[in-house]
Design a protein around this ligand. Structure first.
Ligand code: NDP
Length: 434
């Protein structure tokens, strides 16, 4: 058994897992409906549902159409082809609980560049109009909800009958296996890494492609792109560019190194990221707020600063680990804890824990600029509706829960060394507060 499940299962009851499994799909559709057809007003959607009951909900839910499936298939196949075919440096991931070292091809930035140039090129030369994506967004989400659920069933079956490595296994409970996943590093063949595809090339890539779609839709509807849309899209694109720039670093994070491929991470990246994460831009399409140059620049600069700090936190930790602590952190030799732990095979290994720099402020300080950046690409929508801020609120809950999960996992991995870290750096996320 990998660590992700042993940490999660006591924390999340059956009930909460089943609730998330059943509530997330309708929520995606209701959010899309409210943003696109109900002026972003939760009250308007609520009023419609109260008036029309279950039938109203059935009316709202778009059927997955052939054109929606076609667009998803073309996008997915294109991204899969780029993942397989583009050249990239050979990169090793962190050693897994079963002692494996996954090997990747680092071609994320190239795939990102090719994707955006192709998408804008298709529009520019009149071959494909991205507005069509916006016009069929509900059908696309509906198809993704169903298709990704089926894909998670495939992952569950694959985990049982054909796992790619020893980093897999069942906890004996179908719901938990389906929800948290069976395999840590599932692959098709030797080279096609499924989590790189779902998390990075499908999910994260959609977080750049859809905001561009929203800009183009607003341009085609109103003849111009409002500064609010420009600021929100610019910040999102800077964030996603940072992600692909640092994609090989992402392969060392919890999503890849600790969370198994199941509904939680894969369905989340295939459906939740393209819908909920892109929702501020989805709202702005029909609400072209004009901020004025001064306010737009302030928001842009504040957002870029947050994205930079978030990047620098991740970079600092990874540079520190890569050089085995032989680097400078904020201009000084880093302070550290040499923590030993035992792998599933019973081998004793050591890891270094950084206790200075950003990692000396709080144990998960990097979540503060992550949440703040999300606030800054949402605030161009101003405050007439609450719903554009849903992603920020969701992120706060996700990351505070994640900080707790990570602390629990590290406590069980490092024991007394983690206790020492907690004594040196007592705050979990916000220095001086929490
Ligand atoms: P990370 O995996 O990057 O960091 C946590 C891990 O780092 C721990 O599990 C531990 O792993 C190691 N670690 C912990 N403390 C230290 C230390 N002091 N020194 C060295 N190593 C340490 O966290 P996340 O995956 O949560 O975050 C990665 C990035 O992704 C962040 O920028 C975050 O903001 C972003 N993110 C964004 C989300 C979104 O939905 N927008 C969701 C989640 C993350 P080990 O076992 O190796 O010791």
């Amino acid at each position: 058994m990998g660590d992700s499940k042993t940490v999660h299962s006591p924390l999340l009851t059956y009930f909460s897992m089943l609730s998330l499994l059943s509530l997330c799909p309708p929520f995606v559709i209701l959010l899309w409906y409210t943003m696109v057809h109900a002026d972003g007003s939760v009250l308007q959607t609520w009023g419609y549902l109260r008036e029309n009951g279950l039938q109203g909900f059935v009316n709202i839910w778009p059927k997955p159409t052939a054109i929606a499936w076609k667009m998803i298939f073309c996008y997915g196949a294109f991204e899969a082809a780029l993942q397989l075919l583009l050249p990239g440096k050979r990169v090793e991931g962190p050693i897994s609980p079963a002692g494996n070292i996954p090997v990747y091809k680092a071609n994320g930035m190239a795939a990102y560049g090719v994707t955006l140039i192709t998408y804008i090129g298709l529009w520019w030369f009149g071959i494909f109009n991205p507005s069509i994506v916006y016009d069929h967004l509900g059908e696309i989400y509906s198809a993704l909800v169903v298709g990704s659920f089926i894909f998670c069933i495939f992952l569950y079956i694959k985990g049982h009958i054909a796992p790619s490595s020893a980093d897999s296994g069942s906890c004996g409970n179908l719901i938990i296996d389906f929800y948290w996943g069976m395999e840590l590093y599932p692959r098709i063949g030797k080279n096609f890494d499924i989590k790189v595809f779902t998390n990075c090339r499908f999910g994260m890539m959609s977080w750049a492609v859809l905001p561009l779609t929203y800009c183009i839709k607003q341009y085609e509807t109103y003849g111009e792109v409002a500064d609010s849309m420009l600021v929100s899209t610019a910040l999102t694109l800077i964030y996603v560019t940072k992600f692909f720039w640092w994609e090989a670093g992402y392969w060392n994070t919890m999503d890849i190194a600790h969370d198994r491929a199941g509904f939680y991470i894969c369905w989340g990246c295939l459906v939740w990221v393209p819908s909920i994460y892109t929702s501020p831009g989805m709202y702005l399409v029909n609400h072209p707020v004009n901020l004025g140059a001064k306010l737009a620049v302030y928001i842009l600069v504040a957002g870029i600063l947050c994205i930079y700090i978030n990047y620098d936190c991740d970079r600092q930790r990874q540079e520190f680990r890569r050089t085995s602590g032989k680097c400078l952190v904020w201009g000084k030799a880093p302070s550290k804890i040499v923590a030993s732990y035992t792998t599933e095979k019973g081998e004793t290994k050591t890891s270094l824990l950084l206790t200075s720099g950003w990692w000396g402020l709080a144990r998960h300080f990097h979540y503060v600029p992550e949440i703040s950046a999300a606030f800054f690409w949402t605030v161009p929508a101003l405050f007439s509706h609450f719903l554009p801020y849903f992603y920020v609120i969701f992120l706060i809950i996700l990351l505070f829960d994640r900080a707790k999960r990570d602390d629990d996992r590290c406590k069980s991995k490092y024991g007394k060394y983690w206790k020492l870290y907690c004594e040196k750096v007592p705050y979990r996320v916000i220095p001086g507060i929490y």
